[in-house]
Design a protein around this ligand. Sequence first.
Ligand SMILES: Cc1cc2nc3c(=O)[nH]c(=O)nc-3n(C[C@H](O)[C@H](O)[C@H](O)COP(=O)(O)OP(=O)(O)OC[C@H]3O[C@@H](n4cnc5c(N)ncnc54)[C@H](O)[C@@H]3O)c2cc1C
Ligand code: SF4
Length: 326
Amino acid sequence: MSLPSFQLLRPKTLDEATALMAKYDGQVKVVAGGTDLLPSMKQKLFTPPYVLDLRGVSELRGIRRRAGEDVEIGALTSLAAVEHSPLIRKDFPVLYEAVKTVASPVLRNMGTIGGNLCLDTRCLWYNQSLLWRKSCGFCLKKDGDLCHVAPGGKFCWAAFSGDTPPALLCLGAEIEITGPAGTRRTSLSEFYVNDGIARLNLAPSEIVTRVYLPDSSAGWRGSYQKLRVRGSIDYPLAGVAVALKMRAGRVEDARVAITAVNPAPFLVKDADAHLVGVVPNDEIAERIGDLAASTAKPLTTSALTPEYRREMVRVFAKRAVMAAAN
Ligand SMILES: Cc1cc2nc3c(=O)[nH]c(=O)nc-3n(C[C@H](O)[C@H](O)[C@H](O)COP(=O)(O)OP(=O)(O)OC[C@H]3O[C@@H](n4cnc5c(N)ncnc54)[C@H](O)[C@@H]3O)c2cc1C
Ligand code: SF4
């Protein structure tokens, strides 16, 4: 379980980082906090000749708000800084609720919001040592030509297992991406690809640089509910985020998103049609639970059964609607 050898690149500015990404296009992996990448490198899931350490690029750190504008979070901002930001806690409670469930305090000190957005997908057959994978047989996602989870197909069902993306989807967040071809801004929902291998709309030479929370989502109430094996330190095996814009006890706008039960995190379609204009009650929360459960397509990519994970999506969606409303 030692790290494979690689050359470390340590840029001090974003321009320097972009130039290095272009120079070593396709041969370099970005590392931010390293809490996900380094264990994966020890398992030989990635053996890049170059690793570009973003931590010297201080312009990518911090949370900023200018009056009337979107809130900007630098991709290198630690999850702990997001968790402890009074601004996030007060105005974007669904993000606060999600970020404080990531891993453990120590990992949140190292892990970054950019790394959380760009997490690799996870599967029982993939997140294992080289020895384990070799003895059980490689799979489509790495070195093999079949899927152990759905053997007849040519599709990878590994689950996206990050906690902050469903909260950010509920807030209508956008991200900024920088690469050799320039800088672009895209909605977070367009960033994810529902395929365990392709996973992100991000070229190998591109870096996620900033996250933007729309000013119009400030003040929405929120709740995040998560299923994991160890309550103190685990990736989600199912997660539901709900954000509600409330006025005089009624819902004025609503978004619901799920994670860890598909290769991408998803907004639940038409959830707003059931919620807008109503005072949430158990019956409506139940309908949202049904919608969320029908959006979830977990397979046997984890130790918990797909049936249980889907059922927990239903339960969590109901609970999250009522918690956010109240
Ligand atoms: C024991 C354990 C438990 C964990 N539990 C959870 C959990 O409950 N919930 C959860 O969401 N995560 C969990 N994680 C994963 C991880 O700690 C977090 O997701 C963290 O936010 C990752 O951020 P990082 O900066 O450490 O990413 P890194 O490990 O540095 O990078 C992760 C991936 O993103 C890429 N990347 C990083 N930054 C950028 C960028 N700016 N632009 C482009 N690509 C980038 C890297 O190349 C890599 O592929 C856990 C990890 C461990 C070891
Ligand atoms: S879902 Fe299939 S292809 Fe994807 S990681 Fe798991 S076993 Fe491999």
